[in-house]
Design a protein around this ligand. Sequence first.
Ligand code: SF4
Length: 69
Amino acid sequence: MQPKDQKKSKTHNCWDCGLRKKGGVNAFGLCAWWDEPKEIPSNIVDKGCKFWRDEHVQYIIEKYNGKLI
Ligand code: SF4
């Protein structure tokens, strides 16, 4: 697999998004992109959106306020 293909194969749905949080009334969880986290709609959870964020990046943002040095 070429590096370009690896990039394409990465999933960017809500299940892999760092902004997805547990909670809410369904199993899809909450999207923390909003100031007040909102329920992730069933028609979005497997697709994701343009605000998808890597979970490691989100961890750094939350833990270290986005600064590593
Ligand atoms: S709706 Fe977008 S930002 Fe929210 S959890 Fe899904 S992919 Fe992430």
